[in-house]
Design a protein around this ligand. Structure first.
Ligand SMILES: Nc1ncnc2c1ncn2[C@@H]1O[C@H](COP(=O)(O)OP(=O)(O)OP(=O)(O)O)[C@@H](O)[C@H]1O
Ligand SMILES: [Mg+2]
Length: 486
């Protein structure tokens, strides 16, 4: 009935297996694993004895065996002898780097090979231990190496998670309008261009801003969003640009502003239309000169920050009544993104609905297969004044109430299932036959849109014979091709 497993669905976050997760308080959750590589059995055994209480130990007697083992197991630490027959420790280290295995490597070295050990450090070894090896120093160095490894893993894991969350695949939609949007995002993401994002409430302005940031070279720096309408006018300027001590009553210490905090990254000025004219002047200057003076300060601060802004009203109107500066508008408006209302891209509704269904099932640990055809019908007919956010909330509501494995009309919020007053009134103005036809025509158009103009699929969704649908399409003079998504 409804599309499943569409291409845009985000992949599950691949979990980089951090062998040990450090929880706040420094508790090591799992035993770390250590590979000991040395051609002398005596040394292998001695090291094993020292470390076996705390770690999982594996051993290899030469370079070849070590590489084999590294291919199979993700070790946290490798203790690696430098001088071995056939393949030297240095070669093993190179192999480790080349294959991007990422254990911390500690070289084991005699006096004669200290210089080579230094070379190994340059190649990315974490540390080296001189033979004869002291028990305490082994424990200490291995412990530190593991700490570093878990930090690197965690860092990488967090980064990956962020990137995954805001990769393009997280913006759901395959309608023409959305595909045009992706093409535009791909072009502007790598640049520093100022972007103005316009669209009704809940159309995804913030999601788009984040996506641009996390697809840009700035992704490792901060993305800071500030809702200009959410901060009292008198405080907005000091929030953005910071203030010096004593700049105003209550400024009892110097405070860094968000522009400085976002250095190297992106700042998203949400609802910029609500910023007072005085702040607009300062914003204009940051855009033009990348510089500003904190409130009460005298020294100018220079920053490298990409600016994005959003507005859920038409800024052109604000220009004509003088509440928004023209010069700022033109500076912001280098690239303007219009996000379509959900009712203008109804074919994306099933996709989004499915996406949110999976999201809330995961969150609430429920198994719900899908929606009844009546529910889909309601979804397609509703006007969604709150756009994607309204749909998301409706599905959260439905998943919470749903006691079956399929969402029924009764699970939906009444705001969706009770017809709007206008719709009700307009319908009763017509005689029954006309009202029915009006409904039928709208219904067919919606269902065609939802299925990209595919009549067979639409017939299946509507649970009527294809021939029957063809006849109706002809009767109402509908052009199915118009709704083709290709
Ligand atoms: N295309 C989309 N795909 C998936 N989720 C979306 C999409 N658009 C919006 N959302 C979700 O809808 C909700 C609202 O999006 P967002 O906050 O970006 O909207 P907004 O335009 O900034 O709204 P407002 O003007 O009210 O601030 C969020 O939970 C977001 O994850
Ligand atoms: Mg927003």
């Amino acid at each position: 009935m409804r599309p499943r497993g569409f291409a845009g669905f985000p992949r599950k976050t691949p979990r980089l297996v951090p062998n040990l997760l450090r929880r706040p308080g420094g508790v090591v959750m799992q035993k770390a694993s250590v590979l000991i590589v040395d051609d002398e059995p005596g040394i292998r055994d001695a090291l094993e004895d020292i470390l076996k209480d705390r770690y999982h130990i594996s051993k290899a007697e030469d370079g070849r065996a070590a590489i084999k083992s590294l291919e199979r197991v993700k070790y946290d630490v490798v203790l690696l002898d430098l001088k071995m027959p056939y393949i030297t420790g240095l070669d093993v280290l190179k192999e480790i780097r080349r294959n991007r295995f990422d254990p911390s490597v500690i070289m084991l070295t005699g006096y004669a090979t200290v210089e080579t050990a230094v070379e190994a450090m340059k190649l990315g070894a974490y540390d080296f231990l001189r033979k004869p090896i002291g028990m305490e120093s082994v424990k200490l160095v291995v412990e530190r190496a593991i700490e570093r490894k878990s930090l690197v893993d965690e860092n990488r894991y967090l980064h990956k998670q962020l990137e995954d969350t805001f990769s393009f695949s997280r913006i759901i939609g395959k309608s023409r309008k959305m595909r045009d949007l992706y093409a535009l995002l791909r072009k502007i993401a790598p640049t520093k261009t100022t972007v103005l994002i316009q669209g009704e409430s809940g159309t995804g302005k913030e999601v788009v801003a984040k996506t641009i940031h996390y697809s840009s070279p700035r992704k490792n720096k901060r993305f800071i969003a500030i809702n200009c309408g959410g901060v009292p006018e008198t405080l907005l300027e000091s929030e953005l640009f910071g203030h010096t001590k004593g700049a105003f009553t209550g400024a009892d210490r110097t405070k860094q502003g968000l522009f400085e905090a976002a250095e190297g990254g992106t700042i998203f000025l949400d609802e910029i239309n609500t910023a007072p004219l005085s702040t607009q002047v300062k914003l204009l200057r940051v855009i033009e000169e990348s510089a500003f003076i904190p409130v009460g300060g005298i020294k100018e601060i220079t920053v490298d920050v990409r600016i994005m802004a959003s507005s859920n009203i038409d800024l052109n109107k604000e220009l004509s009544n003088g509440t928004f500066r023209k010069d700022l508008f033109y500076r912001l408006n280098v690239v303007r993104i219009f996000l379509p209302a959900l009712r203008e891209r109804r074919e994306d509704i099933p996709l989004l609905a499915d996406h949110f269904l999976q999201k809330f099932c995961r969150e609430q640990k429920k198994t719900v297969r899908g929606f009844t055809p009546e529910v889909v019908e309601w979804f397609l007919r509703h006007d969604w004044p709150g756009n994607v956010r309204e749909l998301e909330n409706a599905i959260e509501h439905a998943v919470t109430l749903c006691s079956d494995d399929i969402i029924q009309v009764g699970d939906l919020p009444t705001s969706i299932t009770s017809p709007t007053p206008e719709a009700g009134l307009s319908a009763i103005k017509f005689p029954f036959k006309k009202a029915k036809e009006t409904f039928e025509k709208e219904y067919i158009v919606d269902i065609l849109k939802a299925n990209g103009g595919n009549v067979a699929k639409s017939a299946r969704m509507a649970q009527i014979a294809r021939q029957n649908l063809h006849e109706k399409i002809k009767r109402y003079g509908i052009n199915a091709k118009e709704y083709a998504s290709a």
